[in-house]
Design a protein around this ligand. Sequence first.
Ligand SMILES: NC(=O)c1ccc[n+]([C@@H]2O[C@H](COP(=O)([O-])OP(=O)(O)OC[C@H]3O[C@@H](n4cnc5c(N)ncnc54)[C@H](OP(=O)(O)O)[C@@H]3O)[C@@H](O)[C@H]2O)c1
Length: 514
Amino acid sequence: MICVSIGRGRHRHVIAEHRHLVSQGAKLVELRLDYINGKINLKRLMTERPCPIVLTIRRDIDGGKWKGTEQERHMLLRAAIVDGVDYVDLEEDTAKAIGRYGKTKRIVSYHDFRQTPDDLAAIHARLAALDPDIIKITTMANSPHDNLRMMQLVQSVKVPTVGMCMGDLGTPSRILCGRFGAPFTYASFHHERLLAPGQLSFEEMNSVYHYDKIDAQTTVLGVIADPIGHSLSPLVHNTALRQAGINAVYVPFRVPAEHLDQFLTDAKQWGIRGLSVTIPHKEAVLKRLTKFDPAVKAIGAANTLVFEGDEIIGYNTDFRAALESVLRGVHSIHRLDVDEHLASVQSVAAEHQPTEDGLQGKTALLLGAGGAARAMVYGLKKNGAKVVVSSRTLKRAQQLAQTMGCDCIDWNNRHAISPDIVVNCTPVGMHPNVDETPYARGHLRSQVVVFDMVYNPENTLLIKEAKAQGCSVVTGIEMFVRQALLQFKLFTGQNASWELMRDTLKRAIGPAKA
Ligand SMILES: NC(=O)c1ccc[n+]([C@@H]2O[C@H](COP(=O)([O-])OP(=O)(O)OC[C@H]3O[C@@H](n4cnc5c(N)ncnc54)[C@H](OP(=O)(O)O)[C@@H]3O)[C@@H](O)[C@H]2O)c1
């Protein structure tokens, strides 16, 4: 169950939001009375409640907005209990002062906005002595490991406990606490009105994470990154998982570089089966792999991890997705035959073989010399293309060319060659800098295949100009969806729907940015 917190200044807004939430399926709502401006009309809020409520009045020391006296606060809480409120939230000292009465259930709560204390079990034991029906512990996560400690507490205690960590490091605990036995989690009414750092909206909890379907058997998948930003991978993967009827949830884990090792050690206790890996971890994960796809070794980066017993197996679906995208442009391959390509992906010992319809005799110009370019060079070279890399920082292009065995040219000379394929492996043109392009329109000949890895927007200036010049174009959406399809198969053994993933991604990016 999801408890949705409402914090509004006016009674009528509280009541309107409450009704709306119930119409959207909410079964429990927390009314944060400390947000109400002026005199609180408890009777009105209680009589007009369309579903059970948790009544909370937070002081500033507990992260709230209550401006009245402590005596007034206690009077309101007592009045609500006498009126038969469904749940009342009582902080540790308040729970000592206000006793049980009637049918009202007591949530005894604890907050720490600075840290997740070492002695969580001792704190829990203290709260358990205060006659709770439910214990709520909310602390700040300063490392991903704090979340796991909190989940282990939730799982190990007798009194039903909602344990969650705050901050963007803590988001996984809000999504996964039900898997570890929490009676409910908390969410906000709207993503623009978060009442606690790292909180998700009711809508996200439902439509992205399908929170109410998460149980002790749910397999955990996810993405590790820092920053995690607004990664679209959770939306795309969770939509596909739901459609396939698989009991798994895909979670965004913000993992700072210094916590990567501990996180991978913790993965088994989280119940993690698979992870997408992105900046800055693609290279750093290599030292923890016990098996890997040959491409991972050649590229020096893995973007997909699969956990099997004590094994951590690394794959690089970026390279396959990027290569397939180029081949689609060159040979008008319309769809990725997932099974065919996964036959080699799944056999970690198998080398990727050049395809029959390879790229012999073609010259590819790669713009950018980062991780994505590296994966692209590997795929293009394996398929017989001559590759030239050009990067803003010449040294980076030279290093890539040297290690991967290709050519490089100065960024200022990138228009001096006549490539058959141009691949943008830089973020140039990405939202919000949609008026930028890494390659001048005048140099785009109609026979050229233009592949832009940027997917937000899909129709970058480069893509628009290439279309106008009559080039064959492939967008970053294609690559994104292809790598997600390959990851999905590696994680679940099943094929996801290409159309579903693509449409979900396109809808999320939205026409405004496209
Ligand atoms: N569609 C997909 O599925 C997919 C998958 C992976 C990546 N991508 C996209 O591909 C792009 C590159 O990713 P990455 O992981 O390779 O990033 P990365 O490792 O940070 O490398 C970025 C490269 O772009 C260059 N660059 C950055 N800003 C530039 C600018 N304003 N002008 C010229 N060059 C610039 C960098 O040059 P310096 O060394 O000079 O900074 C570097 O060579 C990103 O936009 C990413 O979103 C898309």
